[in-house]
Design a protein around this ligand. Sequence first.
Ligand SMILES: [Zn+2]
Length: 262
Amino acid sequence: MPEGDTIHGLARRFGPLEGQTIARAEAHLAGKVQGLVGRTVQTVRARGKHLLIDVDDGTTLRVHLGMKGVGHFAARGPSRGGAGLSAEVALVIDTDAGRAQVRFPKVVDRFRTRDEPRHPVLSMLGPDLCTVDVDFDEVVRRAQARPRDFVCHLLLDQHVACGIGNVYRSELCFIARLHPTVEVGALGAARLGDIYREAQRQLRANVGKPVRTTTGRARAPLYVYGRHRAQCLVCGTAIVRAEAAGRGVWFCTKCQRQADPL
Ligand SMILES: [Zn+2]
């Protein structure tokens, strides 16, 4: 499941593209890469779950992997012909440094770089939890504007802070010993700040890791996500799966009681 740590790791892997001339650019939506051949990649970066590739023609490619997308970089010279695109591969960029490919993305888009502050999606993002300098006062302010939301919905809201996906929302609720349906308004500013600081710590620790872990244990890398009916690592109670906003949320009914004093 690609989350902010995945995308920041992907930006690092695509890093060798920087400063390289684009020898070949193909996309399912061909218009998205029109005119890129012969141009130079300036920067590869991430904002939350968005991968951004800045090109010297003043445009930026934006890739969102959604739930199934995968990025791959092969450090080798540009391919001489041969199929790049396929039903799976939606974007190919070849340079002398290697080939970047994206499979099954949710979005491949392109916009004028200077329009980023007004971009309909990017301009709405909250602070990026994968970065060092997160303005947690701003994150808490945005969170407190949604007092009636369940905390499990809040954590997925990229307008509050970006980078958390479905894995981390369950893990963060567990780490904070919060039932997923606790309302945001029941949490004080300090508690909210602590949850997002932990999110930053976990996301940053997992950037570039082949296997994501919140527990630090190789054999049990996650506390609750995807562990329906398995034993809670802390108390042994069977983990429960519920639906929230159309997606699974996993929790321990003993460690995360709804009525816990907050
Ligand atoms: Zn438990």
